[in-house]
Design a binder for this molecule. Structure first.
Ligand code: 2U9
Length: 344
């Protein structure tokens, strides 16, 4: 009987070693160690053995069963590991494959110019103020020294919503509101970028909706020379260090005196070319000393406080800077136009 057990052990281990898959191994296990398997058979027949043989054969049968089980466990681990390795080999990622390039957008050229101007004034200690695009007649006109019936109102043909409400025609009401909030106490030092609306027939240089950036400084002892210094810094930073500026007399109802600022042409440096229309100078913005009426209406004592203000159209600045020939390009959202400003 011992020989029979020994033969079973050798046979079973042989089959275990030959098993290629887990299911083969399972079959070997059932065949040798199962309830109907030969080892169970041997154990069942123990009753026929003598009292001396029984414990010896019993112990040996258990030993054979344990060794077969051990071999099965060993082989099972081996097959499982091999299966994992095979799976890993099949799933290898080819890291040498270049990634798909991510399409990168760019800022809208108008946004790029507005941001550049904002950064420039922020670096000079200004803060940014914003206000509503639907304004009252008071803040859009009256508080800026443009009472009802004033002829200068005609220059800003407007979109009225009611008798008293309109789409703002300038960002100046933001300044008037900010000054009011200061309750007569300086300093005020703000810029107000934003959209404005005027009734107009759109063409290459006109749009019924456009942007403005205005600036306002109110404090004691603010002078025209301060305005000149700020504007000169702006002109040089925006259009090149060798720019010269000149101020020409002008008129705005909210400033007195009022000026127009030109810069020396950045293309021909003043010799005369198509950009400066052979004059050597390019008009950039309007400015002036805040009118005493405007200071008083906003709650400032015009004997104690003075101020300067300026206003510019960022579309015009961007058109000059990038040689854009039609203001409507800014609003058409034509990707062929927009993607030309990747490095703006
Ligand atoms: C307050 C007081 C004064 C703002 C100013 C201008 C001159 C000016 C235009 C230029 C072209 C606007 O974009 S544009 O159409 N603006 O020339 N703006 S002074 O003066 C103010 C504003 C608010 C309380």
């Amino acid at each position: 009987m011992k020989d029979r057990l020994e033969a079973l052990k050798v046979e079973a281990i042989g089959q275990i070693k030959e098993s290629q898959e887990l299911k083969d191994l399972q079959a070997v296990k059932v065949a040798y160690l199962g309830k109907k398997g030969p080892i169970t058979e041997v154990l069942k027949g123990m009753g026929k053995l003598s009292a001396e043989e029984r414990p010896v054969i019993g112990a040996y049968a258990n030993e054979v069963r344990d060794s077969i089980q051990q071999e099965i466990d060993k082989k099972q681990t081996e097959l499982e590991n091999a299966a994992i390795l095979e799976k890993l080999a099949k799933e290898t990622i080819d890291v040498s494959l270049p990634g798909r390039p991510v399409k990168q957008g760019n800022a809208h050229p108008l946004t790029a110019v507005v941001t550049e101007i904002e950064d420039l004034f922020l670096s000079m200690g200004f803060t940014i103020a914003e206000g509503p695009e639907v304004e009252t007649d008071y803040y859009n006109f009256e508080a800026l020294n443009l009472p009802k019936g004033h002829p200068a109102r005609d220059m800003q043909d407007s979109f009225f919503i009611t008798e008293d409400l309109l789409l703002r025609t300038q960002t100046s009401p933001v300044q008037a509101r900010t000054m009011e909030k200061h309750e007569g106490q300086g300093p005020v030092k703000i810029i107000s970028p934003g959209k404005v609306y005027r009734r107009d027939n759109d063409d290459a240089t006109h749009s019924h909706q456009f942007m403005q950036i205005e600036g306002l400084v109110v404090d004691q002892n603010v002078r025209l020379s301060d305005l000149k210094g700020v504007l000169e810094t702006f002109a040089k930073k925006m259009f090149g260090d060798d720019r010269k500026i000149r101020l020409r007399p002008s008129f705005f109802p909210f400033t007195e005196p009022s000026v127009e600022m030109d810069i020396s042409c950045f293309k021909c440096s003043g010799k005369g070319c198509s950009i400066c229309k052979q004059t050597g100078w390019i008009e950039i913005l309007g400015a002036g000393m805040v009118h005493p009426n405007v200071l008083e209406m906003a709650g400032f004592d015009s004997k104690k406080y003075t101020g300067f203000a300026f206003g510019m159209g960022p579309e015009r600045i961007a058109m000059l800077k990038y040689g854009i020939d039609d203001i409507r390009h800014f609003y058409a959202n034509d990707i062929r136009f927009l993607k030309q400003f990747k490095n703006a």
